[in-house]
Design a protein around this ligand. Structure first.
Ligand code: ZN
Length: 212
C-alpha cells in the first residue's frame, strides 16, 4: 500500500538486494543552491531594510538555504533497512522516537515523537532501523497525515509484517509561534494496517495501550 504524496522524499526499492530495502532521497544536492540564496538575499534586503547588516546580506542567506536543505534531507545518504529471519510472533514496539519535519502549508517545522508497532511474520527489523526510518521519512515537506502513512508504507514494504501501527504526536510551529499561537497544543495522527486495523483482533488495542 503506497500513500499518494506527490513530493515524497523517501523511496523504498525492494527486490534484488536480498533482505535489504534501500531508503533515501532522489534530489540532486547541488541544484539551484546559488539561485535560492540569491532570492532569499533580495527578499531580506526588501523586507528587513532596517536590520540588514553586511553579515546578514552576505552570509545568512546561504546558511538559511543550507539549514533548509538539511531539513529537506538532500544530504542524507541512502541506507539499508536490514531485516532478520525470526520466529518471534509477539508485537514489537519502538516508542518516543523524536522527529522534525516541515509542514507543507507554511514550510515551518513541526516536531514531536513517533511510536511504531508491528507484528512480525517471520522477519524482524535491525535494532536501529525503525528509528532511522522515522528520521529519513520525516525529512522533507509533509502534512503530518501523509508522513504517518509514508512511515507505515516503508515498514510494511521492508518487513511484510502481519500488521503495523504508526502514531505521530507533534507540535506545529505554524500554529504555536504564529497564527493562533496555540502554544503546547499537539496534533496526533495514526496509520493502522492489516492486523492493527482489525478492531476484533486486539492488536490495535494492545499497541495503543503500550504506547501510553
Ligand atoms: Zn503549517
Amino acid at each position: 500500500m503506497e500513500s499518494e504524496h506527490p513530493d515524497a522524499q523517501v523511496r523504498v526499492a525492494g527486490g534484488g538486494e536480498g533482505d535489504m530495502t534501500k531508503v533515501g532521497v532522489y534530489r540532486d544536492p547541488d541544484a539551484e543552491e546559488d539561485t535560492a540564496a540569491a532570492i532569499f538575499r533580495s527578499f531580506l534586503a526588501r523586507e528587513a531594510p532596517y536590520n540588514t547588516s553586511q553579515e546578514v546580506l552576505v552570509n545568512t542567506p546561504g546558511r538559511y538555504v543550507e539549514a533548509f536543505r538539511e531539513l529537506m534531507g538532500v544530504h542524507d545518504d541512502p541506507w539499508d533497512f536490514t531485516t532478520f529471519e525470526s520466529d518471534c510472533d509477539e508485537m514489537v514496539i519502538v516508542k518516543d522516537i523524536h522527529f522534525v519535519s516541515l509542514c507543507e502549508h507554511h514550510l515551518l517545522p513541526f516536531m514531536g515523537h513517533a511510536h511504531v508497532g508491528y507484528l512480525p511474520d517471520g522477519r524482524i527489523a535491525g535494532l536501529s532501523k525503525i528509528a532511522r526510518t522515522i528520521q529519513a521519512c520525516s525529512r522533507g515537506i509533509w502534512t503530518q497525515e501523509h508522513l504517518t502513512m509514508k512511515i507505515a508504507d516503508v515498514i510494511e514494504e521492508a518487513l511484510q509484517p502481519l500488521g503495523v501501527g504508526v502514531v505521530l504526536e507533534a507540535e506545529h510551529t505554524c500554529m504555536s509561534i504564529r497564527g493562533v499561537k496555540s502554544n503546547g497544543s499537539k496534533t496526533t495522527t495514526s496509520a493502522m494496517r492489516d492486523a492493527f486495523r482489525d478492531t476484533t483482533k486486539g492488536a490495535r488495542a494492545e499497541f495503543l495501550g503500550l504506547i501510553r
